[in-house]
Structures are given as C-alpha cells and as structure tokens.
Design a protein around this ligand. Structure first.
Ligand code: RP5
Length: 194
C-alpha cells in the first residue's frame, strides 16, 4: 500500500557543490516541479564543507530520500563522496564550471580547463564497489527524468505522466518535421536560428 505523498514529502534531495552550479541544476528541479515531485535543495561542497558530507547523508536517510541528485564541476567529488556515506542511489551531474562568482579575480576562468570532461570522469570513474551513475555534462534535466522513472516504479501516477511526457516529445518532433518538410531546410533554418 502506498502511503507517501511525493508531492508533499520530499523523496529527492538535490545537492550541488556551489551556487555557481544552480543555473545548471535548476533543470532537474524544473522536471520535478512539472511532475509535482517535492524535492529538497542544498549546497554541499565536498571540498569547502567536507564535514557536511556525512551530516547530509544522515539527514537524507532520516528524511527517507529515495534518490539523491548531486551536481559538481571540476574535481567533482560530491556525488562520489555522498554515495560513499549512504545506500541511497546517487545520480551525478557533471558540470561545465561557470565559476563566474568571482569575475574580478585574475584566475577566474569562466569554464573549467577541461570543458566538463574533468567532472564527467571524476564522477564516473568511481572505484569498484562504490558506484555513482552519471548523466551527460550539464544534463541535470535528464537526471530529473531518470529519477522520476525510478520513483515511477512505486507511484503509478508518475508512470502515466512519464508516458504523456514521451508522447509530447514525439508530437513536438512531428510538428517540427512537418514544418521543415513544408518550408524546406533553407527557410526553416533561417527562421529558427535568426
Ligand atoms: C565545484 O567548483 C563546484 O561544484 C563548482 O562547479 C565549481 C566552481 O565553484 P565556485 O568557485 O564558483 O564556487 O566545486
């Protein structure tokens, strides 16, 4: 019997290494908002607030989170470190660092030196026995959809909504394709990317 109301009790924790990541991570929140899944969002830095890692993991377990979505850029230890503190499955979001929080600092690069590959490898190359799954660089929205799919195993309403989400995507591609066919590639592209 299902007793939890996922629209009232947060079953997902979204965390990120810095406020710089929030513009990317908001795509996950937008998916949850669309599906009316309550989520709790926090900043936890694996490097700047290391003591919060175990505290947060304990908090997540107490709250009964079923999934944690963790986004980080650069060295990106957050997803792996949280995963090492808890049995709750973690979805990592590698972030192509914006780092424009300190625009006046001489060494403030807008993007990480390795264009997000650094965080992708850091998240996916966890040692055997301590897994974290990862979406693509900056693909926080996919993390949201994936988490919704996991929750849908338990909540049939979400499964229905996901099916609709899929058919909406199908219809939107069909609509664009019709337009492209009617207008021809040259006119279509000129209008779309003017
Ligand atoms: C990482 O360093 C964060 O996840 C963020 O992507 C990056 C830059 O953070 P700030 O220096 O802008 O706070 O730990």
């Amino acid at each position: 019997m299902i007793s939890v109301d996922y629209s009232k009790k947060p079953l997902v924790g979204i965390i990120m290494g810095s406020s710089s990541d929030s513009r990317i991570m908001k795509a996950a929140a937008e998916i949850f908002d669309e599906f009316k899944i309550k989520h709790e969002d926090q900043i936890i830095s694996a490097h700047r607030t290391p003591s919060r890692l175990s505290e947060y993991a304990e908090h997540a377990e107490k709250m009964g989170f079923k999934i944690i979505i963790a986004g980080a850029g650069g060295a990106a230890h957050l997803p792996g470190m949280i995963a090492s503190h808890t049995t709750i499955p973690v979805i990592g979001v590698p972030i192509l660092v914006y780092n424009d929080k300190h625009p006046k600092k001489a060494d403030a690069a807008k993007f990480s030196a390795f264009g997000g590959l650094d965080s992708l490898l850091s998240i996916t190359e966890m040692p055997s026995g301590s897994p974290v799954v990862s979406v693509g660089v900056n693909k926080a929205g996919n993390a949201g959809i994936y988490a919704t799919k996991i929750l849908a195993n338990e909540f049939p309403t979400l499964k229905k909504q996901l099916k609709k989400h899929k058919s909406d995507q199908h219809n939107s591609v069909m609509k664009e394709s019709e337009k492209l066919k009617k207008e021809g590639l040259t006119k279509f592209t000129k209008k779309k990317f003017k």
